[in-house]
Design a protein around this ligand. Structure first.
Ligand SMILES: CC(C)(COP(=O)(O)OP(=O)(O)OC[C@H]1O[C@@H](n2cnc3c(N)ncnc32)[C@H](O)[C@@H]1OP(=O)(O)O)[C@@H](O)C(=O)NCCC(=O)NCCS
Length: 220
């Protein structure tokens, strides 16, 4: 069935609970303790026009929303989820492109950033012009980092004084607008990103059993 990816509006607030369940189930499957989202929070994002939804007919199959930090200095495109039956068809890429475009429109001066252990997300972010960075380049907003408290790896973040963890930080600076739109640079960004991962892993060995796909890239 054809999937429509659009900016969510109030008619989509009915999907809030289902979206939370999808996010929670996926986090359990991945073994990460991702911050639990409440339906009210999702409804608020939809209400403010800060979310993108993917629908197959009247069934919700994907979602993502915008959060802003430090008085709009940073924004994150968070809560990305694609229903298991619709994965690996390019849907996450479409959702992220749409939310990226919306973030640029609503927060033109902000740096768009994210932290992730997901290879799929790293690939998508690279193609949008994000660059991998150390955590020093991300928001210092305490509320953002509190979201990591439920993660199974939180002890590492605390032990390193928030300097590093198993997630990779990625940022897209508004001044790199041209780069983000230049899809020809996709492979360049990806190669740069692989180099970055390798250099990080020298300081911070990664448990290959936890992240086999990333380890495979590092040791190729
Ligand atoms: C991560 C997720 C959103 C990807 O959704 P998707 O629709 O399958 O992704 P796409 O089809 O758009 O794929 C984008 C790219 O990632 C790659 N990819 C997708 N799933 C992958 C996987 N499990 N492992 C490695 N690469 C993967 C695709 O091949 C594609 O690469 P390409 O650009 O080189 O072709 C989806 O698996 C999901 O909802 N997972 C659970 C929630 C989650 O992990 N969210 C991210 C939190 S940071």
């Amino acid at each position: 069935m054809q999937v429509a990816v659009k900016v969510a509006d109030i008619s989509h607030e009915v999907y809030a609970e289902e979206i939370c369940t999808m996010i929670e189930k996926a986090a359990k499957q991945r073994g990460t303790g991702i911050a639990k989202r409440k339906p009210e929070y999702i409804r608020e994002k939809i209400h403010k026009g800060n979310a993108v939804i993917a629908l197959a007919g009247d069934k919700v199959v994907g979602f993502c929303y915008i959060e802003s930090w430090e008085n709009r200095k940073f924004v994150a495109n968070s809560g990305l989820i694609v229903h298991p039956d619709y994965r690996k068809t390019g849907l996450a890429k479409d959702i992220k492109s749409k939310i990226f475009e919306l973030s640029r429109k609503k927060f033109p001066q902000s740096r768009i950033f994210g932290i992730t252990t997901s290879l799929a997300v790293m690939k998508i972010n690279s193609s949008l012009g994000y660059q991998p960075v150390t955590f020093s380049e991300l928001t210092a907003d305490e509320t953002f980092w509190k979201g990591c408290q439920n993660c199974t790896n939180y002890d590492i973040l605390v032990r390193t004084n928030r300097k590093m963890c198993l997630c990779t930080g990625m940022v897209c600076n508004p001044s790199n607008q041209a780069e983000s739109q230049n899809h020809k640079k996709k492979n360049g960004s990806w190669n740069y990103f692989k180099k970055f991962l390798k250099s990080q892993s020298e300081h911070f060995p990664m448990k290959s059993s936890l992240y086999p796909k990333i380890s495979k890239i590092l040791h190729k």
